[in-house]
Design a protein around this ligand. Structure first.
Ligand code: 5GP
Ligand code: SF4
Ligand code: MG
Length: 460
């Protein structure tokens, strides 16, 4: 998911709208914006793309100089308007709206406990747990209640929250998902403070990146300015898959440009597993930057041998496997005169089920390629994610159940190689000293509460 917040701007909802536009790649299922004018909170949500939901007329209904917004990519909870965000709750602590990126892992127990205390949930989304915990907190101030609530939830959450007159932003103590703070300087009057999942949103607002919200940090913005507290001991394990695939290359996340990480992944892939070939071809868009690195390191020319139709959404976000299969041909088309008779090194970011990769390899061969060598810019995905990336169960992850040779023959490639885990970690380090979660490549999860049944090897 993508989240954004704007504090103190005459057209706050429109600024959040622009931010969501830049964060659309983080979720296309639904989107919403809530705004506040000091007295009340308006909230408008819909299914589909930001541009489809928020016409000028709709935006003009969202009054006030504060707003938060969300683009949803569903992980927990049903895929329905009910679970679209922001969620707005009238609680004992007043009106609160929340937008959440991530996934809580201890929610079952918390939900039961809260219901025993009389909570009635409006949604089946895990994000509502945070608000219910705030409402049921015994702390006397709102900020204490929020800190109290955040300490009780385990898992991944980068959140923005809004009351009638304040904005809060927080990250879980592991810092799984990105969240940054920026500022628009106003010559006459206080600055506009903005938050967004990725810094690419700031560029569109002409906001200046200020810093990341730190793991375990709760930031509060009021008319007195920005204050912050460390509500939990940080223990960083930021999602390395954000660098591999999820984030946009023009964003700086975890203090590191995604573009730089991906280029290094490609270079390292070439050092680890190069084969003689005529062309390096990316699977667009997610494979492009790694392919540029691979071509630069290997000296093999880079060509766009597959063209992407940009009017089709990310295929994996569509729930039906059937739609996904057809979606590949809708989305990608080979450039026959480039590929014919050539030995191709095809670069993609990941193999999840393997079905997309097989179709793409067939497509490239069908366009006349003599050899197709697939290179993947991360290690084999052997374990599911519980922290907000919708990878399937272990039984559906091809690398959890088959060897690299078996996967190679399933996808019908002449050869297949993945980037080593060491290589990936180096590519994403860049001297920033980040600690990364790599659980989908190792099965070692940085939190308790993950569903162990699903992690154990499937017993027939
Ligand atoms: P597959 O070959 O596994 O069917 O599809 C892999 C492609 O799906 C990759 O190129 C990658 O870009 C994309 N993908 C990335 N992340 C995810 C994810 O979380 N789930 C799924 N199903 N596909 C993803
Ligand atoms: Fe990211 Fe993988 Fe960890 Fe999930 S398991 S947070 S996708 S690195
Ligand atoms: Mg892809």
């Amino acid at each position: 998911c993508g989240v954004a917040a704007v504090y103190h701007h005459p057209d706050a909802a429109r600024q959040v709208y622009l931010s969501l536009y830049a964060l659309q790649h983080r979720g296309q299922e639904s989107a919403g914006i809530a705004s506040a004018d000091g007295n009340s909170i308006s909230n408008i949500k819909g299914m589909g793309l930001v541009s489809e939901i928020f016409t000028d007329e709709v935006l003009s209904k969202l009054k006030g100089d504060m707003a938060i917004g969300h683009t949803r990519y569903s992980t927990t909870g049903d895929s329905a308007l009910l679970n679209a965000q922001p969620i707005r709750v009238e609680s004992t602590k007043g009106l609160i709206a929340i937008a959440h990126n991530g996934n809580l892992v201890n929610l079952g127990n918390l939900r039961v406990e809260l219901e025993r205390q009389g909570a009635t949930f409006q949604t089946t989304s895990d994000s509502e747990i945070i608000i219910q915990l705030i409402a049921h907190s015994t702390a006397t101030t709102l900020v204490d209640a929020i800190a109290d609530s955040l300490r009780q939830v385990e898992g991944a959450f980068s959140i923005v929250m809004m009351t009638r007159d304040r904005i809060f932003a927080a990250r879980d103590r592991h810092g799984f998902r990105p969240l940054s703070m920026g500022r628009i300087q106003n010559p006459d009057g206080p600055d506009t403070i903005v938050f967004a999942s990725e810094t690419c949103a700031f560029d569109l607002l002409h906001a200046k990146f200020e810093r990341d919200v730190a793991p375990g940090e709760l930031v509060m913005v009021t008319e007195d300015g920005v204050t912050s507290r460390q509500y939990a001991e940080p223990n960083q394990s930021s999602c390395i898959f954000e660098h591999v695939y999820f984030a946009r290359p023009d964003s700086k996340i975890f203090n590191r440009w995604v573009q730089d990480s991906r280029e290094q992944m490609g270079r390292q892939l070439a050092r680890e597993s190069h084969v003689p070939a005529d062309l390096v071809v990316p699977v667009p868009d997610s494979g492009v930057t790694a392919a540029i690195g691979y071509a630069a390191e290997s000296g093999v020319p880079f060509r766009f041998g597959l063209i992407r139709n940009h009017y089709v959404g990310r295929t994996f976000i569509e729930p039906e496997q059937k739609v996904r299969d057809f979606g590949v041909r809708l989305k990608l088309n080979p450039v026959r005169n480039l590929l014919e008779g050539k030995r191709i090194i095809l670069i993609d970011d990941s193999i999840i089920r393997g079905t997309t990769s097989r179709k793409i390899v067939r497509m490239v061969r069908g366009a006349g390629a003599k050899e197709v060598h697939l290179r993947i810019s991360c290690p084999p995905t052997i374990s599911p994610c519980f922290y907000g990336v919708d990878t399937p169960r272990k039984s559906e992850l091809i690398a959890a159940n088959q060897s690299i040779e078996e996967i190679c023959s399933f996808i019908e490639a002449d050869s297949l190689a993945y980037l080593s885990l060491d290589g990936l970690q180096h590519a994403c380090d860049g001297g920033e000293g980040n600690q990364y979660c790599v659980a989908c490549y190792t099965g070692n999860y940085p939190t308790a509460w993950v569903d162990v049944e699903d992690i154990l090897p499937a017993t027939a």
